[in-house]
Write a protein that binds this ligand. Sequence first.
Ligand SMILES: Nc1nc2c(c(=O)[nH]1)N[C@H]1C(S)=C(S)[C@@H](COP(=O)(O)O)O[C@H]1N2
Ligand SMILES: [Mo]
Length: 244
Amino acid sequence: MRRARFLALTGATALAGCSGIADKLGQTDLVRNALALPEHLNFAILGTGQPLAREYRERDISPVFRPNGFMPPSSPQYAQWAADGWRGYRLSVSGLVAKPASYSLAELRGRFNRVAQITRHDCVEGWSVIGKWTGVRLGDLLAVAQPTSAGRYVVFHCMDDDGSGTLYYESLTLRQAAHPQALLAYELNDKPVPVENGAPIRLKVPTQLGYKSAKYVQGIEVVAMLPGAGGYWEDQGYEWFAGI
Ligand SMILES: Nc1nc2c(c(=O)[nH]1)N[C@H]1C(S)=C(S)[C@@H](COP(=O)(O)O)O[C@H]1N2
Ligand SMILES: [Mo]
């Protein structure tokens, strides 16, 4: 119901959403105000946590996991990591945590349980793909980091930008981050996550629309208040909760 309303309100503008021409959506006050309404419901839902997203079988996996979004990170550093099997890359966990840390890919693979899920990815543009994601539970990483009592949200800092220097970012509540299907994935369909799908680490939250699943994650930060509207697309007027 909430999602149908969202789609009806944004209409054709939503189609442009992930391809970089959503500025108009953000500028429309009517749409912005209307989008803000269901957020009250969202907080009510968050109080009890979200149910599990449906999981699929191997044979349901889409032949191609359609990539979408900004161009991969353009820095020489990223290119060098990609060419070097991600040696040197580290994922940092910082902010309101008792134990800040950073992990190489090998450490993520070695120190945390490996979990896999075959789930459907729904883009707000109106298409879906099914893929198998393997990685570590976000909740496991946060359990080690020990968020302080002031921490409320987790912000994902990405390495790619919209072409004019604004970096992609996303956020979840700590409660959403503890959802068993919230994954930091290092594999897609049993192979390292391809560059176009967010290598070397991307968030996968199958309970929310595609734009919440941040690609090219380099930093995870626990904060008390959301920066901006809580994400790149949210800053353009898109819904923050974005539950499916
Ligand atoms: N860092 C980053 N994460 C991102 C995006 C992006 O442009 N940059 N696009 C989002 C959108 S709109 C979608 S639909 C999915 C696409 O993931 P895929 O490329 O693996 O299909 O990533 C999401 N996460
Ligand atoms: Mo998307």
